[in-house]
Design a protein around this ligand. Structure first.
Ligand code: NAI
Ligand code: NA
Length: 395
């Protein structure tokens, strides 16, 4: 079939297998040129199909020949209806990995559930024995608690006071004011339940109980801080509380892993266009200004460059510097004082009229469509493609 983008709000309902494949192959090529010395060999990635998780899987497999198991939640194709992009990404990744003689299998299901944990651990025990890295890269709007069955929904709201500032509709380029009412206590709890560290902890517990963690095992989860501009809705909002919890969980896990000399970290990553971040108010405007400034300075990075630096200059480097809170920082370039000062200046003058000039709206837009395999260089979108692609290592 011929597949075209169909957008609704900040989501795209269709995705293109060839475009997704091309994105995956570019990331693979990038990592082949940037291998990791002493990198991991047996890796589990939770949230492995898109964004930072996919980049982590690719960096592990092609940076240090790791066997990878990916867990994700994606929609397979049905006749006449394309799959979700993470499904096509995983198909492309595993097809290429198998061609290159790399072990790559995956589980498509709810990572929060006990069933998916059990299935994953069984696979690890049968095929890999133990793992030496777990990357936790979930981004989800909802979570069902595996034991109580309770359903939680996360929110993106300020705490304590109403927030009013600018945002952009990145499809139309319209800059407008947005007002978000503060959350209530329950919404904080729910957001922490979805995006905090409890599920990461549950994965570690289950893996450890089943003796699936190797000596010197490492685990990393991803966080964000960002500038004061986005603080009220991000770091000091409901999602920020969840990130605080995630960061605190790293220390608990580290203590728990002493017997195997294990390490647990949170890595603070750069703001990037992903399905998760395009849903956050204010962030798209910030990102379009940030992209402009970072590209001008020649220091722009995407997910793969970020994770490559995380592995090669932090996690598997001879010595790793942490911030005062014990976190890994690969948002160092984004947070550079000169970069932030420029973004702040641009923010003040950003309007519908000025944004095309002062911001990288086009870069934002291209990145957004790229997530779904559209607007990818070299793809002929008028050509018939087979949407019924399969993921070869899918269990
Ligand atoms: P993403 O939306 O690209 O990836 C989310 C992944 O989680 C996908 O693989 C998806 O299939 C999987 N997933 C969602 N619900 C699931 C479930 N119930 N069971 C199994 N898999 C499920 O998101 P992105 O942006 O890569 O986010 C990953 C992490 O990085 C998040 O913790 C996010 O907060 C963090 N981060 C994101 C930044 C950004 O600007 N995008 C910046 C810094 C950190
Ligand atoms: Na991810």
């Amino acid at each position: 079939m011929i597949i075209e983008p169909k957008t609704r709000g900040f989501i795209c309902l269709t995705s293109h297998p060839e475009g997704c494949k091309s994105n995956v192959l570019s990331q693979i090529n990038y990592i082949k040129d940037h291998p990791t010395a002493n990198g991991p060999k047996r890796v589990l990635v939770i949230g492995a199909s898109t964004g930072f998780g996919l980049a982590s899987r690719i960096t592990s497999a092609y940076g240090s020949n790791a066997s990878t198991i990916g867990v994700y939640f994606e929609k397979p194709p049905t006749d006449g209806r394309p799959a979700s992009p993470g499904y096509y990404n995983s198909a492309a990744f595993e097809t290429q990995a198998h061609k290159d003689g790399l072990y790559a299998k995956s589980i498509n299901g709810d990572a929060f559930s006990n069933a998916v944990k059990a299935q994953t651990i069984k696979l690890i025990k049968e095929d890999l024995g133990k793992i030496d890295l777990l990357v936790y890269s979930l981004a989800s709007p909802v979570r069902q608690h595996p034991d109580t069955g309770e359903k939680f929904k996360s929110t993106l709201k300020p705490i304590g006071q109403t927030f009013t500032d600018k945002t952009v509709d990145f499809h139309t380029g319209e800059v407008k004011e947005i007002t978000i009412e503060p959350c209530n206590e329950q919404e904080i709890k729910n957001t922490v339940a979805v995006m905090g560290g409890e599920d990461w902890q549950f994965w570690i517990n289950a893996l450890q109980e089943n003796d699936a963690l190797a000596e010197d095992f490492k685990t990393v989860a991803y966080s964000y801080i960002g500038p004061s501009l986005t603080e009220a809705v991000y770091r000091k909002g409901t999602i920020g509380r969840a990130k605080d919890h995630l960061e605190a969980t790293a220390f608990k896990i580290k203590d728990q892993l002493k017997a195997i000399n294990g390490e647990a970290y949170v890595s603070v990553n750069k703001a990037l266009v992903t399905q998760a971040s395009s849903a956050i108010p204010v962030i798209p405007l910030y990102i379009s200004l940030l992209y402009k400034v970072m590209k001008e300075e020649g220091i722009h990075e995407g997910c793969i460059e970020q994770i490559e630096r995380l592995f090669n200059e932090r996690l598997y480097a001879e010595n790793m510097t942490l911030d005062s809170e014990g976190r890994i920082r690969v948002d160092d370039l984004e947070m550079r004082e000169d970069i932030q000062a420029k973004v702040l200046e641009l923010w003040k003058i950003a309007t519908t009229e000025t944004l095309p000039e002062i911001g990288d709206l086009e870069g934002y837009n291209t990145d957004f469509f790229n997530l779904f395999g559209f607007k990818v260089d070299g793809i002929d979108y008028d050509k018939d493609v087979n949407e019924m692609v399969t993921v070869p290592g899918l269990q």
